[in-house]
Design a protein around this ligand. Structure first.
Ligand SMILES: Cc1cc2nc3c(=O)[nH]c(=O)nc-3n(C[C@H](O)[C@H](O)[C@H](O)COP(=O)(O)O)c2cc1C
Length: 210
């Protein structure tokens, strides 16, 4: 926990962060702090997608890359979220880093990354995770837990002694933000909220009431 004095020092406004024009720089700066302070998975983020009848759904995924203009994660394209994304490209992300008392909200449009980049990341995963990607019919009904293990064992045998290719339904996705909100906990609920919105290629910044 931070003292009031420390919080003031870190505050968005006192830190001249309000002068930062590119939210990705601020995001990387906060993520770096989160990596040194969070117990595990500082890259965990809540991903919200919208399904049929405009029903939203949120689940955790792991950020694997911060690009110049986007944030990348990997998943099964046949999963529920994969199906949502085909129909509606509008998504949102939320990071909450308890140890440093901050959250970052992001919204934007989502797009698959190239097969080449997906292959590259897939190759970097350990063998068990690669077999896991083949094994899981993500979001489909699993009748028995033993069926999962049997599928895993079958794929292990199938790929024995071979390089495991990326399943065609397993892809990286990039979220291209058009809005960021940086939220920093303040004393007496006087939290800092700094919003960046992309308008005609320019990031427009505004402070928001907490
Ligand atoms: C911390 C954490 C990280 C996760 N990371 C991923 C991920 O990177 N990709 C993924 O497909 N699922 C990940 N999951 C599982 C998802 O939350 C979810 O159960 C799965 O993707 C199916 O979601 P869907 O049915 O809405 O498509 C993660 C779960 C947790 C708790």
């Amino acid at each position: 926990m931070f003292s009031f004095k420390e919080k003031i020092k870190m505050s968005l406004i006192k830190n001249n962060i309000k002068d930062e024009q590119n939210p990705f720089i601020l995001f990387k700066n906060w993520y770096k702090k989160a990596k040194s302070n969070e117990i595990s998975n500082p890259n965990a983020m809540a991903l919200s997608t919208v399904g049929s009848f405009n029903k939203p759904r949120t689940r955790m995924v792991l950020m694997k890359e911060i690009r110049e203009d986007g944030i990348v994660f990997f998943t099964n394209s046949n999963s529920r979220k994969g199906k949502h994304i085909v129909k509606n490209k509008n998504v949102s992300l939320n990071f909450y880093w308890k140890s440093i008392e901050r959250q970052v909200l992001i919204s934007g449009k989502i797009k698959k990354i190239s097969s080449k980049d997906s292959d590259k990341y897939f190759r970097s995963r350990n063998r068990k995770s690669q077999i896991g990607a083949w094994t899981s019919k993500q979001s489909q009904i699993l009748k028995n837990k033993s069926d999962l293990k049997t599928r895993f064992d079958d794929f292990e045998i199938k790929f024995q002694g071979k390089e495991i290719p990326r399943p065609k339904h397993w892809y990286g996705y990039c979220v291209y933000p058009d809005c960021f909100e940086f939220w920093l906990e303040g004393d007496g609920r006087l939290h800092d909220r700094l919003e960046y919105k992309l308008k005609s290629g320019q990031w427009i910044k505004k402070l928001l009431y907490p």
